[in-house]
Design a protein around this ligand. Structure first.
Ligand code: NAD
Length: 367
């Protein structure tokens, strides 16, 4: 799922070590435990800035190759996300192969926690798709290298409101760039996916009197959102054909592809979903050619990791929100450089992240 073409091409021909080399990974741990049924992969992409932090995703992958592709791609994204957000964290991610509704158990999660522990802090885990705060509490029975614990246990709780706040900041910066004002009042905004982040984003947009359209494949979520807010509900298949000023992808990855980009009529793309570009290079270039302002996903959805980082260094909600607010300034800087260099915003953001990693590597070498 969600892989870029770049990754797909690499994985069709390459074995795990070659794939790691192509994407610059430091270490990948394959975990197998027949007693609990655990099959997991932990990918540590880069630890120059600090321990790698990224959530664990539980998903019914079609096969191991698909799971490996996903974890390699996601962990690489985490490296750039933390680097551009100024966090002292590297990039990592884990996947558990299985159906989260059927295959999960306390024993499986605790066994997974033991594998996390075996990396001695090189990887810190948290929630991702298919993993709840309760699951993370089980993991925490076996390892201290965990974030995303509930507030009652000294953690930061659900990161989604913080993520939504960062997306909102990035969207405002992109709006300022596209329309000359960062006010979202009266702007037509299409929110695709009204889950944890989408819902919290809608709250913020609604307060600012944006004109909101929503779409989801989960009827219950749509019902809840349309009962609480005055929003237009759009069929999932017609999302890209709507008139809109801003498209906010908050569901799955890879929604920016040949099909959607040939149909989308918007000025700004700014949303929470990870890995929105199906092909990191080609589709970023297409977006720029079409004159659409793109707020890079890993930059503007960093609120969640900022919240987790705060938990690692001693949780302070105010500080997490303050750091998340800074996404506005970084997005502005990325978009300005993108315009003056005539280079896609995503590429500019990756360069900025990589520059910080390189600079800190030099500093580290002098310790
Ligand atoms: P979620 O599972 O709570 O919500 C996703 C929603 O998208 C669900 O309601 C689902 O039904 C809907 N959806 C799935 N396919 C769809 C489709 N084709 N069309 C419309 N809707 C569809 O997840 P979330 O926590 O809100 O995260 C949303 C996205 O943001 C994910 O890509 C996630 O990786 C990313 N993200 C989340 C966080 C966080 O703090 N939760 C942080 C960074 C990035």
């Amino acid at each position: 799922m969600f892989e870029t073409n770049e990754v797909k091409n690499a994985t069709q021909v390459a074995g795990p070590l070659e794939q790691m080399a192509t994407m610059d990974h430091e270490q990948v741990l394959f975990c197998n435990d027949p007693d609990t049924g655990l099959k997991a992969i932990i990918a540590v992409h880069n630890t120059v800035l600090g321990p790698s932090l990224g959530g664990t995703r539980m998903w019914a992958y079609k096969n191991e190759a698909e799971a490996l592709k996903d974890v390699l791609r996601l962990s690489r994204g985490m490296t750039f996300k933390s680097a551009i957000s100024g966090l002292n964290l590297g990039g990592g991610k884990a996947v558990i192969i299985g159906d989260p509704h059927k295959d999960k158990s306390e024993a499986l999660m605790r066994r997974f926690g033991q594998f996390v522990e075996s990396l001695n802090g090189k990887y810190i885990t948290a929630e991702d798709v298919g993993i709840t705060t309760r699951d993370i509490e089980y993991v925490a029975e076996e390892t201290e290298y965990v974030s995303g614990l509930p507030e009652s246990r000294g953690g930061g709780g659900d990161p989604s409101p913080v993520t939504a706040y960062g997306v909102y900041m990035g969207m405002k910066a992109a709006a300022k760039f596209a329309f000359g004002s960062d006010s979202l009042e009266g702007k037509q905004i299409m929110v695709q996916g009204v889950g944890n982040v989408g819902y919290n984003l809608i709250k913020l947009l609604y307060e600012e009197r944006a004109i909101i359209a929503v779409s989801d494949i989960y009827e219950a979520r749509l019902k809840a959102v349309s009962e609480e807010f005055n929003v237009e509900v759009v069929n999932p298949d017609s999302v890209y054909d709507q008139n809109m000023d801003i498209y906010a992808p908050c569901a799955l990855g890879a929604t920016l592809n040949d099909d959607s980009l040939s149909r989308l009529k918007c000025n700004v793309i700014a949303g929470a979903a990870n890995n929105q570009l199906e092909d990191e290079n080609r589709h970023a270039a297409m977006i720029m050619d079409r004159g659409i302002v793109y707020a890079p996903d890993f930059l503007i959805n960093a609120g969640g990791i900022i919240n987790c980082y705060s938990e690692v260094i001693g949780y302070n909600r105010e500080d997490a929100y303050r750091k998340t607010e800074h996404i506005y300034e970084v997005t502005r800087a990325v978009l300005e450089e993108s315009r003056s260099n005539n280079e896609p915003a995503n590429a500019v953001a990756i360069k900025m992240a990589q520059a910080r990693i390189n600079a800190m590597q030099t500093v580290r070498a002098k310790r």
